[in-house]
Design a protein around this ligand. Structure first.
Ligand SMILES: Nc1ncnc2c1ncn2[C@@H]1O[C@H](COP(=O)(O)OP(=O)(O)OP(=O)(O)O)[C@@H](O)[C@H]1O
Ligand SMILES: [Mg+2]
Length: 320
């Protein structure tokens, strides 16, 4: 049994203009201690998938069409309120893209750390809570953590704010850290430092990591395994080294060709022609076929299955 097991998971949003088929049969199993990166273009369903693990997609309009999600054997889709509280509050810590939105500008960092800790351990005495807040801020390598408690979010840089949010995500001693575009709002050097911190925490605390990004470079820096999503499907799932050396899905090949290559100055990265499909009326068969250079008749008719291990690919045109 894997720590996280997602099977044939379909999720749609019901809107005024009809149903949007966002996740189209996701299969993904993650072992304890793995660092898995999820990559794909904007709108492909990365954040919806991450939120699904914690049942955070508002329902309605969200609607689970089929499938199962299991965490450590427990059925997440059937979990009661107490189970969900444990899952969200303790078991899985989540970090989001924009540290500004998730910190309250009118309260000090100390007050906000305290609130998070109080939610986890209501009985903890105030002084102990303060010590724990300092220890958490220290564990994300924020300098002068005690003095930081009296600062307001606007007095911190973007990288520091993201570290505070990571510290908050660690407050419940999670087993899993879900980081959804944690570095997208940061500039490149800071981005690298925050990724190094996440990789180090995963190692030190023995966390399972799900790192979400539209940037393969970011994922490659922190994850041993990469899951590529396209329009609500997993199209490739492979050890990072294999995926970079020999990508098998035409979409992954396109993503890699779109990465700037520092070893070849003057080389212009190629974009993938076409655009992501409208999920209100997604293409039949393989959702990538309208943009795919290899598309054949079968691709327009039948959805390809994800097959192969450890290098799985969902493409009719790739030999098994
Ligand atoms: N609450 C919601 N109601 C309706 N549609 C939603 C809702 N949340 C997400 N969606 C739709 O689900 C699709 C996938 O969105 P999601 O945020 O998961 O994409 P993403 O891969 O995380 O993209 P990005 O890289 O831009 O963050 C989009 O078409 C989005 O509009
Ligand atoms: Mg997103």
């Amino acid at each position: 049994m894997s720590l996280i097991e997602i099977s044939d998971y379909r999720l749609a949003f019901d809107g005024f203009e009809g149903r949007v088929h966002v996740l189209d049969g996701i299969d993904l199993a993650v072992e304890a201690g793995e660092a898995v990166g999820i990559v794909g273009e904007t709108g492909c369903g990365k954040s919806v998938l991450a939120r699904s693990l914690l049942r955070l997609n508002p329902a309605p309009p969200a609607r689970v069409v089929s499938g199962a999600i299991r965490f450590d054997g427990a059925d997440v889709l059937a979990m009661d309120a107490a189970g969900l509280r444990r899952l969200r509050g303790g078991t899985m810590g989540m970090v989001f893209q924009d540290p500004v939105t998730y910190l309250n500008p009118v309260f000090t960092i100390g007050r906000q750390m305290e609130e998070v800790l109080r939610a986890h351990e209501p009985a903890m005495p105030r002084a102990a809570r303060r010590d724990r807040a300092v220890a958490l801020l220290d564990s994300v390598r924020l300098p002068g953590p005690a003095a930081l408690l009296d600062r307001y979010p606007h007095e911190l840089s973007g990288g520091m704010r993201q570290r505070v949010l990571i510290a908050q995500a660690l407050a419940g001693n999670p087993r899993v850290l879900i980081a959804d575009e944690p570095t997208t709002a940061l500039d490149v050097t800071i981005q690298r430092q925050v990724l190094a911190l996440i990789a180090d925490l995963v190692e030190r605390l023995g966390l399972t990591l799900l790192l979400i990004s539209h940037d393969l470079g970011v994922i490659g820096a922190a994850c041993r395994r990469i899951v590529v999503m396209y329009a609500g499907n997993v199209v490739e799932d492979a050890p990072a080294a294999l995926l970079f050396a020999a990508p098998r899905h035409p979409y992954t090949q396109g993503l890699l060709a779109a990465m700037p290559d520092l070893r070849r100055p003057g080389h212009m990265p190629q974009g993938i022609p076409g655009s992501i499909p409208n999920l209100r009326d997604p293409p039949r068969g393989c959702r990538f076929h309208p943009r795919c250079p290899l598309a054949a008749e079968i691709c327009r008719q039948e959805k390809p299955e994800l097959r192969g291990a450890p290098h799985a690919v969902a493409c009719h045109m790739v030999p098994a």
